[in-house]
Write a protein that binds this ligand. Sequence first.
Ligand SMILES: Nc1ncnc2c1ncn2[C@@H]1O[C@H](COP(=O)(O)OP(=O)(O)O)[C@@H](O)[C@H]1O
Ligand SMILES: C[C@@](O)(CCOP(=O)(O)OP(=O)(O)O)CC(=O)O
Length: 461
Amino acid sequence: MTQTRIFSAPGKAFLAGGYLVLDASYEAFVVALSSRMHAATSVQKANDTTTITVKSPQFKEGEWSFNIDLTQFKQNKASLKEKDGRRNPFVESTISTILSYLQPIENYTITITIFSDSGYHSQVNSVPKSSTNKLRTFQYHSAPITEVSKTGLGSSAGLVTSLTIALLSCYDSKLDIKDEPTLLKVHNLAQVAHCLAQGKVGSGFDVATATFGSIVYRRFNPSLINDLSAIEDNTKFSEALVKLVDETNWKITHNKCCLPSGIKLLMGDIVGGSETPKLVSKVLAWRKAEPEKSLELWTNLNNANMSLVSVLQNLQALSKENPERYQLLLKYLNNNSAIEIDQAASEKKLEFSEVEDVIVAIRTIRKYLKQMTVATGAEIEPDEQTELLDATESLTGCLGGVVPGAGGYDAICILVGEESVKKIAESTKGQEKFKSVKWLDLEEQAEGIVEEDPKDFEGLI
Ligand SMILES: Nc1ncnc2c1ncn2[C@@H]1O[C@H](COP(=O)(O)OP(=O)(O)O)[C@@H](O)[C@H]1O
Ligand SMILES: C[C@@](O)(CCOP(=O)(O)OP(=O)(O)O)CC(=O)O
């Protein structure tokens, strides 16, 4: 019997809490996006061998196939050999983590087909292909995945998370992603697989967002995964993995938190790019060298981050408690720029102080990120980005913006009134100041993993 189920997981925009989130004392706010990674399953019983094939048809040579001897995984950590010698560390790591965890006895022929929304990668040299019902369209590239430029939405986290849930569902036809413990299991397994593939333990915010959606996130203790990967006796690996996934409290926070209705996130991809690990090592080196100064800065920045979360939550509450007033507030936002609203505040002519609160929170975050930039020498909000973000404050309907995540020359994220999204994209097009920015066609979609309707993918698989 062939069974098709399709799961998807979102990409991320890291709005507040970069660097601080590496330390479990601090929380971060990460927004899940409408660009998602999808994994479609096909599973059949087999007799003497298990074959798992992962296809990623949007990319040249996007197929990795493994003939697997299950006895290797009995209590063990085992490595996989792709049949044509092709490498995809994230695919390999996810399959081997799931097999070590499940230690299956029965053989299956499993094919998982991956579809990634166009926001994840540059669309240069690609052609669209749609499902029969035209509800899904994906870009097909002429180059292999490793040669296509990324936009920074966390493609590997999306891949690992959607592949994890898809593979688990092949071994458990009743698996229900709406079940909270199942979701947590997927998260834990995906974090392990992602860290092992990367060869390092980051804060895990991207996998957590891919799993749970838009959240306020607090990380797990890195020793959870470092201890697992340090196990030298391979025969102890499975037991330790099961304990870690099913019996250990990871003490993460993943509180749902999303943008208030009528306020949208707009992400601008910047020509250029930055390497997150280099920025991180500079920041951590300074933090170590300057414990007192850094504590003060971390505390101030964290207060600003949490204040953004809280003013956004206040707006969400207002939208529900007093919808009429909220509609007027949105109208006010859509007719003014951050600079105009700020001016009105200084002249005591402000109509909605809640809007000014968001503007101030964003500015305060930027102030401390700039201090971090100057102090550490890491180009987190370099001058070019400062100019750009300052310029967004003059756009009608814009509350201002930040450099997301690790910052640098990767992207900017701005918050805008829903009615102003199109106008802002159009009005900035010809402007010299915005010439390095390409607005991405995406928005917040707060859900984490969801199960999709296979009909929407007919004609593509
Ligand atoms: N659609 C996909 N199909 C197959 N593998 C993918 C896909 N998207 C991402 N990957 C894997 O993730 C890797 C990119 O990971 P990484 O460099 O960490 O980027 P990111 O910051 O986007 O996660 C790719 O080289 C590939 O191994
Ligand atoms: C610095 C960080 O706290 C945040 C980095 O956020 P980005 O969104 O910039 O991440 P990448 O997509 O991996 O480049 C590092 C971390 O938390 O792991």
